[in-house]
Write a protein of this length. Structure first.
Length: 631
C-alpha cells in the first residue's frame, strides 16, 4: 500500500454511547492510529425515546453520506432499529460499489461479513441454566427480528428448548430493540399477563438483562435465589454488577480492528473470504447461581466507579448550565455563542456546526430524505480553541473544511427538531460522543434551541406584520385611525410641554357615493387611493397623514403658521388636478379641506382639535356643495 495515500472509511452506527458499539469503535480507532486512515462515523440515537418523528430526524444523518467520497464502508447496521433505514444504507453502499464490511450478517454475499458466533455460546448459557440449575420454565427477552444477531440468539433458544423437550411458550417471549429499557419493559409486560415467574430469564444482551434484574427486585424477586437472569456481551457493567451477570464474552475490539484489516487487504488487492468467524465463550457467574471465575480487583473497580460518578455529576452540572443558557438565546448569534463557550468541555480538536442554508425559514411538512438537498453553512467552527465560520459549502462535501492527512476520527451527529433536519455537527479527534452519556442530551439541546430561535424570529415577524396591519390602512398604505392616534399622541404631548402651535387638517373626499353608484366600488377605491397619494405628496415631510374613515383623511403638523393651512390646500388641489388630467376618468377626484391651528395646551385635547378641523371642513363642504358637479 502507498503509505502516502489517505484512506477514507465511512462507518454507519447508532447508539455510540453503548458498550457494544464503543468497544467495536475502540477497535476501529486503534487500528487507524497505525495506518493512514480517516474514519467518519455517521451516528444516530434512533429508537431511544419512542417517537417515530424524532427517529426520522435522527436517521436523516445517513442521507448526508456521499459514498463517492469514501474508499470503503463499515456497516454497524445491527445497531440501527429501523429496517427501512438499514436497507437504504446497504443499497447506497452496494450502488456505490465501494468495499464494505458488515457485522454478524450473512444476508448480503457481496458484503464482507465479520461474524462472532452467536449460536454456540448462547446454547451453552441456556443448557447451563437447564442442566446445571434445573430450570424448566424459561422466558426470553429478544432483540429485534430485523437484526441477524437477535434472530440467531432466539433460534439458539428455540433449539435448546427443543433438545431438552421443553415447550416454548410464545407468551414468554418479549421482542425488544436491544436497548436497556427493554429489559424493564419486558418484566413489566410479563408481570401484567399474570403468568407465573419462570425459573430463568434468558436475555439477548447485557443491557436488557441488567434492567430486568432491577425490575425484578422492585417486584420483590431476588436474583439468583428466586429466578435466574442471563445476558450476552459481557460488558463492564455486567461484570461489575451485583450479582455479576452470567453472560457471553465476545472479542468486540478485535471485530473493529479486523474490519479495518479486511478493508486494507481489499484495497491492496488481497480480499479475504467473505465471512470471518470469531469465537465467543460463556462466562458463568452470580446471576445464575455460580461463583464468578473472574478475579475482579474490587479496589480498582471502586476507584473507576467513583471517578465515573464524579465525572457524571460534573457533566450534569455543565449540561444543565448549557441548557439554561440556550433557553435564554433569542438570536442565532446568541445561540452560537452559548455553544462556542461549551465546546472546551468536548475535549476535541475541532467542532463544526453545519446547518442547512435555509434552516431559519418557515416550514410545514419536511421530508428527511431531502434534508441536505440545499447548500450548507457552518456558522461555528471551533478548531483548537480558534473560531471561524464558512458561509457556504455543498452538502455532498460533508466537511466544511477539508481534513489534512490521515488518522483523523470524526463523528457526524444529526441536529433536528422532530423530523425536520437543521443540519449536523462534527466532533473531530475527540471521544465525547462515546464516553459521555450526555452527547444525546447535548445534540437534543442544540436542535431544540435552534427551533426556539427560529420560532422567535418568525413570531417577531408575525407580530411586526400584525402591528403594521393594526396601524396601517391596507388600501392607501398610510396610517389608519389607530396608527394616527398612537403616533400623534406623543408628538402632541411634546407640543403641550413647549406650547407649540399645531395644525389638524381634515380632508373629506367629494362625491364618493356618486363614483361608487355610477362606476363601481373598484373605481371608488381607485379614487380614494389617488386622493391619499395627493395628500402625502402635498404634506410636509414631517406630517403625519392618516385615513380616518371611508373617505376621510386627517393630517397633523407641528410648528406651523396660518400660511401653512392655505399652502397645503392649494398644493392638494393642484395635485388632484394633475392626477385627473393624467388618468382622465369620467369623474373628477376632489376634496374639501378644513384646518384648525391652535397652541397646544393642557386645556386642549387632540380629539377636540380633530373635531374642530372636521367642523371647519364641513362648513367649507356645505358652502361648496351646491356649486360642485361630478362627471
Amino acid at each position: 500500500m502507498d503509505n502516502e495515500r489517505t484512506i477514507n472509511i465511512a462507518v454507519m452506527v447508532a447508539g455510540i454511547d453503548e458498550e457494544y458499539q464503543s468497544n467495536i469503535i475502540n477497535g476501529i480507532n486503534s487500528f487507524t492510529k497505525n495506518h493512514n486512515i480517516n474514519i467518519s462515523y455517521f451516528a444516530a440515537f434512533g429508537g431511544m425515546i419512542g417517537s417515530a418523528l424524532y427517529d426520522a430526524g435522527e436517521y436523516s444523518i445517513y442521507n448526508l453520506i456521499d459514498y463517492d467520497f469514501f474508499d470503503a464502508a463499515i456497516l454497524m447496521t445491527n445497531t440501527i432499529c429501523s429496517p427501512e433505514t438499514k436497507e437504504k444504507i446497504i443499497k447506497g453502499v452496494k450502488d456505490s460499489d465501494i468495499p464494505a464490511v458488515i457485522f454478524d450478517c450473512a444476508d448480503y454475499p457481496e458484503i464482507f461479513n465479520v461474524s462472532i458466533d452467536n449460536t454456540h455460546a448462547m446454547k451453552e448459557i441456556i443448557n447451563h441454566a437447564i442442566k446445571v440449575h434445573g430450570a424448566k420454565t424459561l422466558n426470553y427477552i429478544s432483540g429485534p427480528m430485523s437484526n441477524p444477531e437477535a434472530r440467531d440468539r432466539l433460534n439458539a433458544f428455540r433449539d435448546v428448548m427443543a433438545e431438552n423437550n421443553l415447550e416454548v411458550d410464545e407468551e414468554r417471549i418479549y421482542y425488544g430493540e436491544f436497548r436497556s429499557y427493554d429489559g424493564k419493559a419486558a418484566i413489566e409486560h410479563f408481570m401484567s399477563t399474570g403468568q407465573s415467574v419462570p425459573d430463568a430469564y434468558i436475555c439477548a444482551n447485557d443491557a436488557m438483562a441488567l434492567t430486568a434484574v432491577s425490575a425484578l427486585e422492585k417486584y420483590g424477586y431476588s436474583v439468583p435465589e428466586d429466578v435466574i437472569v442471563t445476558g450476552f456481551d459481557y460488558t463492564f457493567s455486567a461484570r461489575n454488577f451485583s450479582p455479576a451477570l452470567t453472560s457471553v464474552k465476545r472479542p468486540l475490539e478485535e471485530v473493529g480492528s479486523k474490519a479495518c484489516e479486511i478493508i486494507l487487504d481489499i484495497i491492496n488487492g488481497n480480499p479475504p473470504k467473505n465471512t470471518i468467524h470469531l469465537g465467543a465463550s460463556p462466562v458463568f457467574s452470580e446471576s445464575c447461581g455460580c461463583n464468578s471465575c473472574e478475579d475482579n480487583d474490587i479496589k480498582a473497580y471502586k476507584k473507576r466507579t467513583y471517578k465515573k460518578i464524579e465525572k457524571d455529576n460534573e457533566n450534569v452540572r455543565i449540561i444543565n448550565m448549557f441548557t439554561a443558557k440556550l433557553a435564554d438565546a433569542e438570536t442565532p448569534d446568541d445561540n452560537f455563542e452559548v455553544i462556542r463557550d461549551f465546546l472546551p468541555n468536548l475535549e476535541c480538536e475541532r467542532f463544526s456546526l453545519c446547518l442547512v442554508s435555509d434552516w431559519l425559514e418557515s416550514f410545514t411538512d419536511s421530508d428527511p430524505e431531502f434534508a441536505f438537498s440545499a447548500g450548507m453553512t457552518a456558522p461555528l467552527i471551533w478548531d483548537k480553541g480558534k473560531t471561524y465560520s464558512v458561509d457556504y459549502f455543498l452538502a455532498n462535501e460533508m466537511y466544511p473544511v477539508e481534513l489534512k492527512g490521515g488518522g483523523n476520527i470524526s463523528f457526524f451527529m444529526p441536529i433536528h427538531f422532530r423530523e425536520r433536519s437543521f443540519g449536523y455537527y462534527i466532533i473531530t479527534n475527540g471521544n465525547f460522543g462515546m464516553y459521555s452519556l450526555f452527547n444525546h442530551t447535548f445534540s437534543m439541546n442544540i436542535g431544540n434551541s435552534l427551533e426556539n430561535v427560529r420560532k422567535l424570529i418568525h413570531i417577531k415577524k408575525a407580530m411586526d406584520e400584525l402591528n403594521r396591519l393594526y396601524v396601517i390602512d391596507p388600501l392607501c398604505g398610510i396610517y389608519n385611525r389607530n396608527g394616527f392616534i398612537n403616533i400623534v399622541d406623543t408628538s402632541f404631548n411634546e407640543c403641550v410641554k413647549s406650547n407649540s402651535k399645531v395644525m389638524i387638517t381634515f380632508v373629506d373626499m367629494d362625491g364618493l357615493k356618486f363614483i361608487n353608484d355610477n362606476y363601481g366600488h373598484n373605481e371608488g377605491d381607485f379614487a380614494i387611493k389617488k386622493l391619499a397619494e395627493a395628500i402625502t405628496e402635498s404634506a410636509r415631510p414631517d406630517s403625519v397623514c392618516a385615513r380616518f374613515g371611508g373617505d376621510e383623511f386627517v393630517i397633523f403638523n407641528k410648528n406651523v403658521t396660518e400660511k401653512d393651512a392655505e399652502a397645503f390646500a392649494r398644493k392638494l388641489n393642484r395635485k388632484l388636478d394633475t392626477k385627473n388630467e393624467i388618468f382622465k376618468k369620467p369623474y373628477k377626484i376632489s376634496a374639501s379641506v378644513g384646518s384648525i391651528i391652535s397652541v397646544a395646551s393642557e386645556n386642549t385635547t387632540l380629539n377636540s382639535l380633530i373635531q374642530q378641523a372636521d367642523d371647519a371642513m364641513y362648513e367649507i363642504k356645505k358652502k361648496r356643495k351646491n356649486s360642485r358637479s361630478f362627471g
